[in-house]
Every structure is written in C-alpha cells, then in structure tokens.
Ligand binder design. Structure first.
Ligand SMILES: [Zn+2]
Length: 300
C-alpha cells in the first residue's frame, strides 16, 4: 500500500504517475523511490515495453485496479497491436511479458520518442488540478500536435528522453516558435483516433491490418523472397504519391533511400521484410493505415 493518496488521473501516463509518486515519497534520488515501489530502475521511455513499464503495470494492478486498464488506458502501448501478431500482443498485454524493445529500434524513421507536452494543456491542468501531468495522448510515436488545441507539441531530445530525469511538464519552458503544420495536424488527429480505437478493443489492430491486406490484394504467401513481386513496386509508388509530403518527410527523412525503395512500409507491414518478417515497427503500420484511412473507413 502506498503511504499516501495519489490517484492516477484520467489520461495520465503510467510512468508520469510513477514520477509523481516519486516526488511525494520525498527521496532525493529516484532509485530509492523505485525500490520502494518495486519498479526496475531501467529507462522510462514511453515506447518501450521494458521491465520498468511492466513493473509499473503491476503496481497499477495492485494499487489502482486489477485489470488491463493500466496497459490499455495509461500507456500508448495499444499502438503495438498493429505491428505484432495478435497472439503475441495479447500475451504481452494480459501477462505483462516484456522483451519486445527491438520492435522499436530506430531505423530509418524520423520520429524521436521523446516525452512531449502541450503548453496549453499544461495551463489547463494547472488551473483545474493544480499541477500538470504527462498525458498519454501526447506520447504517441510520430505525433506532432496536440489535437485538442491544434498546436505543436513541445519536446526536447536531451531533457525529455528518459522521464526518470524529467519533472512535471510545467517545469519546462521551451520557446513556442513552431508554426502549426496543417498536414501534420491531420496526421496527429489520426494517431490520436487510432489510439482510442485500439485501446478500446485489443483485437482491433490485427483486424484492421488484415482488412488493409485484403483491400490491397496482397497475396497470401509467406516467403520473404517473394518481396520482389510487381505489386509491391506499384503500391509503393502509389503510397509515395498519395501521402502528404510533410508526413513522409517527418516519418522517413532518408528521402533517397525511401525513393529507392529500401524503406517499404508495405513490405514491412505484410511480412515481406527479410530482417523482421514477423513484426514491424508500428510507425510503418500507422503510416500505411493513414494512407488507407478513407478506404478502410478509419476516419469519421
Ligand atoms: Zn493541448
């Protein structure tokens, strides 16, 4: 039992909540707090399913509610369900099995997994509850804007990589110089809507990817060497031509390699990538589903 009352707040990220528990415990070093809470002192990256987040989910089960809502509602991990076979995703969600960090390896994708916040949400939180929180909705891979306020999210590569070194968002004062990018705002809205969809239904991710496969008529073959089929070339060209430039250059900045088809979200998502045929970084699936969002009726 915690020695004080500190409920997790709606929409608050689990690791942000752990950080608030640390502040209340009063130890100068977070290592002491984590030891008392039974949480591994490994990196607090919102995208990692490492021992720290697994322990935080267990803490939530003990202290808040013994169900899967810690995973589903207080992390952005439901996004993983569009990049893993359903059985594997279900196993990690229900049994808190770690060890999938490699899915998130930074390859040719641009988006940094820094902790992000919206200055206007910080102001609203301060006015309503007296302090700011780390919102799950701002910690989605690839997201760039707060969809509530339509402003760019704030982030910092050095200060906000690992939340064990970060305080509440209200401490940070980064210059508000970025202009709203309309294409990235629409993209951010999609990321946000997908999180809501996936966090409400654990089986939805695999079903949507299966629908995408059917829609694109990707053949049901599993040999990776079949990845030179003409259909991939055709779909890749369509994908590149139809995706907004701002989104493509945000997600895949290695333009030359992208154009030479070394980075093919279509091959990756459907298991034709020789390096990881059974799993895919969810940002590739997300990009593909964004491209097909109207065809698959993923947006209202
Ligand atoms: Zn906001």
């Amino acid at each position: 039992m915690l020695p004080f009352h500190c409920p997790i707040l709606p929409g608050e990220h689990l690791l942000g909540w752990v950080n608030r528990l640390h502040l209340l415990l009063g130890y100068p070093e977070i290592a002491a707090s984590l030891k008392q809470l039974g949480i591994s002192n490994t990196s607090f990256l919102y995208c990692r399913f490492n021992s720290a987040i697994c322990d935080a989910i267990s803490l939530y089960r003990r202290e808040v509610k013994n169900d899967s809502s810690g995973f589903d509602k207080h992390t952005s991990l439901p996004m993983l369900s569009i990049g893993l076979p359903f059985e594997r995703y279900a196993e990690m969600r229900l049994h808190n099995q770690g060890g999938i960090a490699s899915e998130y390896r930074q390859a040719r994708i641009a988006c940094q997994a820094n902790w992000k916040f919206c200055s206007l949400c910080v102001e609203e939180d301060l006015a309503s509850i007296g302090h700011s929180i780390w919102h799950v909705k701002h910690q989605l891979l690839g997201i760039t804007h707060c969809v509530k306020h339509s402003v760019p999210l704030q982030e910092d590569f050095s200060l906000l990589k690992d939340l064990r070194r970060g305080a509440l968002p209200q401490i940070h004062r980064f210059p508000l110089s970025d202009k709203v990018n309309e294409e990235l705002l629409v993209w951010s809205q999609f990321c946000h809507d997908m999180l809501i969809l996936l966090s409400n239904d654990a089986g939805k991710g695999a079903k949507i990817v299966a629908r995408a496969r059917e829609f694109l008529a990707i053949p049901e073959i599993t040999r990776v060497k079949d990845n030179s089929l003409p259909i991939f070339e055709i779909l890749q060209r369509r994908f590149e031509n139809e995706m907004p430039n701002a989104v493509l250059s945000h997600l895949f900045p290695m333009d030359v390699e992208f154009k030479s088809h070394k980075v093919s979200p279509i091959k990756k998502v459907f298991g034709f990538d020789k390096f990881s045929p059974d799993r895919v970084h969810p940002i590739y699936s997300l990009a593909l589903l964004y491209w097909l969002r109207n065809d698959l009726a993923l947006v209202a």
